[in-house]
Design a binder for this molecule. Structure first.
Ligand code: FES
Ligand SMILES: [Fe+2]
Length: 395
């Protein structure tokens, strides 16, 4: 933002909102980012949430219903029955699909209509209609959907940092910005490449989310492109003389991998390890976002190392005294207006990530794949460099 050489008075600068560039933030169908987001598999709910009842799910402004049929197969359909619009969240789950409560049209996971009890016997009308549906895949406790053009469906990628079979995996919703965050997805995703905030926000009052004194030593930060995302390399010498290097990365468009936040910098052996989580910030619509984590933990360990798995509520004054990610990012407003920002050198990672998103949008416009899309791979794998490294002074 150009401050125009005035004295900085708010007059004309606050009331006159500069035009917001919606390119990177809007998630609707036929918007540039909406189309980019739809080219990737995105988590839409927990596997455990598809039980004996259907579940209403809103993703990228589309109203959907997830369910699991009695044979165990998950499905994701448009929420409103194509007959006359009753919501399938009130439907009845059966062996091969879900039956609308209103007149009993019965749909399978690919939207085929298997039965219409109120049509005449022998009618082939059911073969002529199809409920809108999306392909789904389950991975380590999350249900993922592909909501893009069917001919562009990519391989389903797995993440090397989650692929250890001698560990347990837990999947949970990220409630750290509320059950559903009241803001645009991008400001949450950008926080994942904002290494500097771990030195400022998370040392304001240590321990709100397991951040320790080790984050209070002023770090150096470097940023690096991975092709499918951007990494920060955070390098600090701690008061005890140990060196603490933390590498974290964001992955186009909504994923990130972060090493455990619990390092206190005292034990090089146990604290040096690769990241054990991948998280996603999935747009509900332009101004709401839901978060998911898959975390890998040593077999038999209890609880989540990264985040609380239950919603937690803090009092307003308490939030003012001990602000956390919720206050910082949801407090930016429903959609950050990039035209109002004054980016500094500390924001280099954010700038690199936005550039990668724009590259992706440009690639789609040229009918090419955006960054990180894998096709025809025997073992579609994302290699993730996120890790903690603690070394003693003589190493
Ligand atoms: S509205 Fe669904 S069967 Fe009639
Ligand atoms: Fe944070």
């Amino acid at each position: 933002m150009n401050d125009g050489g005035g004295d900085g008075s708010g007059y004309g600068r606050i009331g006159n909102l500069p035009d917001e560039d919606p390119t990177l933030t809007r998630v609707g169908l036929n918007t540039p980012m909406g189309e980019l987001l739809r080219r990737y598999w995105q988590p839409v709910c927990l596997s455990a949430e598809l039980d004996d009842l259907p579940r209403r799910i809103r993703v990228m402004g589309e109203d959907l219903v997830g369910y699991r049929d009695r044979n165990g197969r998950p499905g994701l359909l448009y929420a409103h029955c194509i007959h006359r619009g009753a919501s399938l969240e009130f439907g009845q789950i059966d062996d091969d699909g879900i039956r609308c409560c209103y007149h009993g049209w019965y749909f399978d996971a690919e939207g085929r209509c298997l039965d219409q009890p109120a049509e005449p016997p022998g009618s082939d009308y059911k073969d002529k209609v199809r409920q809108p549906w999306y392909p789904v895949r389950e991975y380590r406790g999350l249900v993922f959907a592909y909501m893009g053009p069917p001919d562009k469906i990519p391989d389903f990628p797995v993440f090397d940092v989650l692929e250890r079979d001698d560990c347990d995996h837990i999947a949970y919703r990220n409630y750290t910005r509320g059950e559903i965050a009241d803001c645009n997805w991008l400001q949450l995703q950008e926080n994942g490449i904002d290494g500097w905030h771990t030195f400022v926000l998370h040392t304001w009052d240590r321990g709100v989310h397991n951040f320790t004194d080790a984050y209070a030593a002023r770090p150096d930060l470097d940023f690096q492109s991975t092709g499918h995302g951007v990494q920060y390399i955070r390098d600090a010498t701690l008061p005890n003389g140990n060196r603490f290097i933390r590498i974290s990365e964001v992955i186009v468009p909504t994923a990130r991998s972060i090493p455990p936040p619990t390092v206190d910098g005292t034990d090089p052996d146990s604290e040096t390890e690769p990241a054990r989580m991948v998280g996603w910030w999935v747009p509900v619509d332009d101004t709401h976002t839901m978060g998911f984590h898959i975390e890998m933990r040593p077999r038999g360990a209890r609880g989540a190392a990264y985040q609380p798995t239950e919603p937690y509520v803090r009092d307003y004054v308490e939030r003012q005294r001990r602000p956390d990610d919720w206050e910082a990012q949801v407090g930016q407003g429903p959609i950050v207006n990039h035209a109002r920002e004054h980016l500094g050198t500390s924001d280099r990672g954010v700038v690199m990530f936005r550039r990668l998103l724009r590259d992706g949008i440009a690639a789609i416009a040229k009918d090419r794949d955006p960054p990180g899309i894998l096709r025809n791979q025997k073992y579609p794998l994302y290699k993730i460099g996120a890790r903690n490294q603690v070394t003693a002074p003589d190493d």
